[in-house]
Design a binder for this molecule. Sequence first.
Ligand code: ADP
Ligand code: ASP
Ligand code: MG
Length: 408
Amino acid sequence: MNKEIIVQKFGGSSVANIERIKNVARRVVATKTKFNHVVVVVSALGDTTDELEAMAFQLSKNPTDREMDMLMSTGEQISCALLAIAIKGLGKNSISFTGGQVGIITDTSHTHARIQKIDAKRIRKALDENKIVIVTGYQGITEENDITTLGRGGSDLTAVALAQTLKANVCEIYTDVDGIYTTDPRIVQEARKIKVITFDEMLEMASLGAQVMQARSIEVAKRFNIPLHVRSSFSKEEGTMIVQDNEKLEEVAVRGVTCNKSEAKITICAVPDKPGAASKIFTWLAKAGINVDTIVQNISHDRQRTDISFTVPDAQFTKALATTKKIAQKIGAGEILDDQEIARVSVVGSGMRSHPGIAAKMFQTLADNKINIDMITTSEISISCIINYKHTDKAVRALHKKFNLGQI
Ligand code: ADP
Ligand code: ASP
Ligand code: MG
């Protein structure tokens, strides 16, 4: 037998019910015949995390982050224990652990904690005892023994971080689609599976709304050059490889289209147009922990006042609005406008660097479909437009078609 080690992560849909847990258990047991050491990371069953969150909000409008972590982390404990039980039922030795038990130490930023170190002592010991190790995704523990979570979709991060710590030979991410697609296959039927994608492109797609991988997990995979294989837990087919090197990739201008409906826009009207105003606004927002994304400052009509708009994640909207109102008062700005009915549509591709005209083509496509653009933002490998959320699916379909992404 070889000495290889594999980390396999199974997402919520892969363990949504007893039959699916049995399916995962069979796959894991089959993997153990090919790899010496198998470490499995699991997400919570189906929509458990959403359901737990909803319960908390039925009890309080503003539950504390610490209690939310205590609550949300329980979903993964259930699936982790059930999978270990299922594997034992198949006659293989297995043991389940929480993130805390395997020494995933994080900072104290509850609900979006960052991993500081992983000792993985108990994992190594269990692997030496020939056990299949199952670890709860999405969570760690602080130095003070408080449970933390790693942000939504954080089981991907647990898998990548463990693959790095254990120097795994392979890291597989199992989900309900058979790889990374040119766009969300739930929105566009013609979406096509991408065979190989770079970390940079995947990071951009994930940050701009492609839910299939957590963006932070891709950051870590890129930093330590851990190739990821994203594939379906319901088929044996090869999925998508996410890799560093794009030498062998064909140079396509646009690799994929993404959308994000979970943002809101805030506008501060009549901000005094003088040095330091923007700095004050965004310093205070940052101090309040608000993640500001697109920022647009309009031209000043009377040369003394200007409007500044920015977007924030839906989850931070209430806090961001309250903070902005306070800031506006302090700096003598005018009224605050807000719009929760926005969406971001983006095109992503590293070939964009050498293909001019992508932005013009994107704007024309939206215009042809009578979709108004509210804000525009670009990076080296992406262009995003903020539009009314009602038009999101139409915009995604039109852009996917215009850039011929359905064609091989
Ligand atoms: P898991 O529970 O396995 O972590 P997620 O629900 O987090 O799965 O992510 C998988 C879903 O991501 C798919 O069902 C798909 O609808 C969605 N998705 C969004 N964009 C893409 C994309 N570009 N390629 C593949 N899937 C995508
Ligand atoms: N269960 C967590 C979530 O739904 C973590 C994950 O699935 O990756 O966000
Ligand atoms: Mg996920």
